[in-house]
Design a protein around this ligand. Structure first.
Ligand SMILES: Nc1ncnc2c1ncn2[C@@H]1O[C@H](COP(=O)(O)OP(=O)(O)OP(=O)(O)O)[C@@H](O)[C@H]1O
Ligand SMILES: [Mg+2]
Length: 352
């Protein structure tokens, strides 16, 4: 296991800055997620940590070692890509054993390692199978096990679940997280899926256009986004933003509720809401409409739990409100958050 430190790292491809002056310290044993839209530089940053790209500027440390110019094979990292390749003619056992066989590791050690890794990813009973006899998720686990037998200091994963269907993706995510809790290898995981990032990460690094916008726990980032980019990137539907002049107000759809649901004396901001459309999601309903009144007319979304007794009436002015403590303020010109006041809930124990 090792700490990873990225110091003022930039990567400039001929005419394009893919990563710009990134500073980042990944703690020993931490599960860190790099999150951001397509093209924001996530893979490039990961590839520099792996040694597959050389930084244009800056330094990378793995453990105590300066690794900036080390060959990938000398970094003791394991990398799992979206398109991992298994050897179709080899059994699961031989696929997992492959990196050890290449190094000439003796049979007994190899056997112990393969069985240890297979157990960790839940493949013990499939060691004799060929890749074509397995589901996408199981194959993914073979790729994981194969990178594990090398006892890496750091695990680098680039969208490793993106070719799984939604259900499998969810269970693979759980498995991956449980597995990381058990093994405790420092892990850096790239995704553009914010739900995945929230579920997996001890901390999330939100990137945009080659720069870091915010680093924090999922709760910190969701509750107190550093700017309007993060506010709208995290959360589905995104945070509602209302431009009131120099200041932009933000509030999450789930905090925007019928006025009647707030206690008499509570401190709220009230608006008139005209609902145009209702989308039923099962556990929740999304109400699309426009607010007006105390705030400038703006399209917003409310998310109402189906368990709340409320019958939306379309195209009629109704009283809605948001608790003042749930309002976030951003400077309109810079998009940066100002004077955040929210108190954080207790951390989930599962993620330490
Ligand atoms: N070898 C290269 N030469 C030139 N430009 C590159 C090269 N590799 C990546 N880029 C550019 O750098 C930017 C960042 O690419 P990168 O692959 O890191 O994005 P990403 O965040 O991983 O995106 P995605 O979510 O789509 O995988 C992109 O604009 C991409 O076109
Ligand atoms: Mg990528």
């Amino acid at each position: 296991m090792a700490r990873v430190e990225i110091k003022q790292v930039s990567k400039i491809f001929t005419d394009h800055t893919a990563v710009s002056n990134v500073d980042l310290a990944v703690n020993d044993g931490e599960f860190l997620v790099l999150l951001g839209p397509s093209g924001c530089g996530k893979s490039t940053l990961l590839r520099m940590i792996a040694g597959l790209e050389l930084p244009t500027y800056g330094d990378i440390f793995i453990g105590e070692r300066r690794a900036t110019r080390l060959q990938p094979k000398d970094r003791n990292i394991a990398m799992v890509f979206q398109n991992y390749a298994l050897y179709p003619h080899l059994s699961v056992y031989d696929n997992i054993a492959f990196p050890l066989n290449v190094r000439g590791v003796d049979k007994k050690t190899t056997d112990d390692k393969v069985k240890w890794a297979a157990e960790l990813v839940g493949l013990t009973r499939m060691l004799k199978r060929k890749p074509r006899q397995m589901s996408g998720g199981e194959r993914q686990r073979v790729a994981l096990a194969r990178s594990l037998v090398r006892d890496p200091d750091v695990f680098l994963l680039d969208e490793p679940l993106s070719n799984l269907d939604a259900k499998l993706r969810h269970s693979a995510r759980e498995e991956l997280r449980q597995f990381q809790d058990r093994v405790g290898v420092t892990s850096i995981y790239v995704t553009h899926d914010q739900v995945e990032a929230m579920g997996l990460g001890d901390r999330i690094v939100v990137m945009q256009a080659g720069t870091i916008r915010q680093i924090g726990t999922p709760e910190e980032i969701y509750l107190n986004p550093a700017d309007t980019f993060v506010a709208t990137f995290m959360g589905s539907p995104p945070m509602n933003l209302v431009v009131t002049g120099d200041m932009t107000l933000g509030f999450r759809p789930e905090n925007f509720l019928p006025k009647s649901h707030f206690p008499e004396a509570s401190s709220v901001t009230s608006v008139t809401f005209r609902i145009h459309r209702v989308e039923y999601l099962g556990g929740d309903r999304l109400l699309y409409g426009n607010i007006s009144g105390d705030l400038p007319e703006t399209p917003v979304i409310a998310r109402i739990p189906s368990s709340i007794h409320y019958t939306p009436v379309l195209n009629t002015d109704v009283a809605f409100a948001v608790a003042n403590e749930e309002l976030r303020r951003f400077d309109t010109a810079s998009g940066k958050a100002v004077a955040q006041t929210a108190t954080l809930p207790k951390r989930r124990t599962a993620h330490g």
